[in-house]
Structure formats: C-alpha cells, structure tokens
Ligand binder design. Structure first.
Ligand SMILES: Nc1ncnc2c1ncn2[C@@H]1O[C@H](COP(=O)(O)OP(=O)(O)OP(=O)(O)O)[C@@H](O)[C@H]1O
Length: 289
C-alpha cells in the first residue's frame, strides 16, 4: 500500500482527498495487479471532431494497448463517447459530424478511403449503454453477424459459433434452454451479456463499451465487470464510464478527458493515486464533474 501513500506531484493530498483515493484503492478488486504489457493496438493521431461548426474533440493523440482494458473518464460532455465512436467510425452516420486526423489500428488508418466501415465494425465491435438486442430470438441475435459477414458455411458451424460466443459472454448456462425465445425477454443484465455475445460472435479484435453497466443493478453490473476482466485476455477493450470506482475496478489504463482534450493517460493506479495534471486531480477528488 505504501506506494499509494506518496504525495502527488501537484502538492500534498488533503485528508479528504486521501480518503477518496483510498476508496478507489479498496474498490480495485481484480484489475490492478495485472500486467499492463499489451502491445499498441490503436493509435490516434491529431484527432479532431466537429459537430457542424462546434468542435467536440481537440487534437487527441492516444495509444491504446491490446489485451488491456482502457477506461475513458471525465465530466459529462467532455467528449468520451465522441472519441470512442471515432475508433470504429460510428460518428460517420451522425449528420454534421466530421472527424479529422488518423485512427490507426494495426498500422492502418481506419479513415483511409478503401476501408469499409461495416467490415471495420465487425473488427471493432461496440456495446452500448442500453442493452439493445434485436427483436429476434436469443440464437438469432448472436447468429446474425457471422451469417451476414459470411463467416460460417453450415448450420452446425453457426450453432458452434453461437454457443461459443454465449459461453464467452458468460450467458450460455442461463439461456441454453431458451435459445428460441426472444432476446428482449431476458433480464437487463442478461440482455447486455447477449449484446456482448453478439459483438464477440463476429470475432472482433477490439470491443468498445459505452457505459455498458449504467442501466444495470449492482449484481448485473458486477457480472459485466467480471466478464470484462475475463475478456481482456483476448481482446483490446475500451470502456467509457461515469463511475470512477468502476474504472478503478476494471481497467489497467485510464484516459482522462476534459472539455474535448485528452488531459492525461496512464496506468489506472497512477491516474487515481498520483495524477500529473491538476485537472485530473480535481476530477477524481470530486471538485467538479
Ligand atoms: N450528435 C451530436 N450532435 C451535436 N453535438 C453533439 C452530438 N453528440 C455529442 N455532441 C456534443 O459533443 C460534446 C461531447 O459529447 P459526448 O457525448 O461525446 O461527451 P461525453 O463525455 O461522452 O458525455 P456524457 O458523459 O454526458 O455521455 C458535447 O458538447 C455534446 O453536446
């Protein structure tokens, strides 16, 4: 614990701040001891985003590691979701939205003219705040992606892909006798795990999660967090969260955004216990947000 008791670079912690930081430390149940050793999967370079004439993201340069959970935190409206959507071109369909700069995944700029956004979104899947299963069966929700992307050649192969995705999403045991029932009939937490299974089924490399547990109760949230911790063994995961405790629990790296700028990025422990920038310090200790 001693390493967490050092002074921050911008001055000594007050007792109140120290208490808050200690809470993050206690909240950190499984993510922190993990190695933060994944190679760089995604690089953003000079990314600006505009909605019409209003600029929402300013010159963001960020390296995101593979097999690591990176949390985006920051006050409401600071641009977390906007920047997350840049990573799989989900801003493209928004009228008036314009992205400048480069997002490079495995050495290739995803904004290059030859990139097909639909194929990109299979490689870089997304899970939203509100679970949004299709109005189809549990099975069809998961089978849809592999089928339209032509990734399977027979029904039995599709059955295997569906079962494996449900297993990886920690849902198979709960739904194996309900595969033909509507996905919308599952509980909120199960629906969110179904959406994660749907994302996994097309064999992505990156999973983006925009506040994936904010509509869920604490038990369902805990299951999603455990699942995220499990999934990072195989995927690059980026999660937007309003909960700093959640960021501390699930992520190994954290990026703090403020007013459209990336203020600071680093190991989650460092961001929460020894931030370099006073704005990060003020945010994590609740001075604004
Ligand atoms: N579709 C849109 N059209 C116009 N402006 C938008 C749009 N989406 C977001 N914005 C603006 O861009 C800025 C960043 O919003 P964004 O939703 O990315 O922030 P955020 O940090 O994710 O916020 P929150 O935590 O409240 O979800 C805000 O000023 C917001 O009003």
């Amino acid at each position: 614990m001693e390493q967490f008791r050092r002074q921050r670079t911008t001055g000594a912690w007050s007792d109140k701040e120290r208490g808050i930081v200690d809470q993050y430390q206690t909240a950190t149940s499984f993510a922190q001891p993990a190695a933060v050793s994944g190679s760089t999967k995604i690089k953003s370079r000079h990314v600006d985003v505009f909605y019409g004439s209003a600029q929402a993201i300013f010159d963001v340069n960020l390296d995101i590691r593979d097999r690591t959970v990176t949390a985006f935190i920051g006050p409401s409206g600071c641009g977390k979701s906007t920047f997350l959507r840049c990573l799989n071109r989900m801003n493209d369909p928004i009228e008036g939205a314009r992205v400048e700069g480069e997002v490079i995944i495995d050495g290739e700029n995803v904004y290059a003219p030859h990139i097909d956004p639909v194929q990109l979104r299979a490689r870089v899947g997304m899970v939203f705040q509100k679970p949004n299963p299709f109005p189809k069966s549990v099975y069809e929700n998961v089978a849809y992606g592999p089928r339209i992307h032509g990734q399977v050649s027979s029904k039995s192969e599709l059955d295997d892909v569906v079962a494996e995705a449900l297993q990886r999403a920690g849902l198979f045991e709960e739904v194996k006798d309900r595969l033909d029932e509507p996905g919308t009939g599952l509980s909120g937490g199960q629906q969110q795990r179904l959406c994660i299974a749907r994302a996994i089924a097309v064999n992505p490399e990156v999973i983006l999660m925009d506040e994936p547990a904010s509509a869920l109760d604490p038990i369902a949230t805990a299951k999603i967090e455990e699942l995220i911790d499990e999934l990072r063994r195989n995927y690059c995961i980026v999660i937007v969260t309003h909960s700093m405790q959640q960021a501390a629990r699930v992520s190994q790296r954290t990026a703090f955004f403020h007013l459209g700028y990336l203020v600071e990025e680093g190991e989650t422990n460092q961001i929460f216990t020894n931030p370099k920038d006073e704005r990060t310090q003020d945010y994590i200790t609740g001075r604004f947000g």
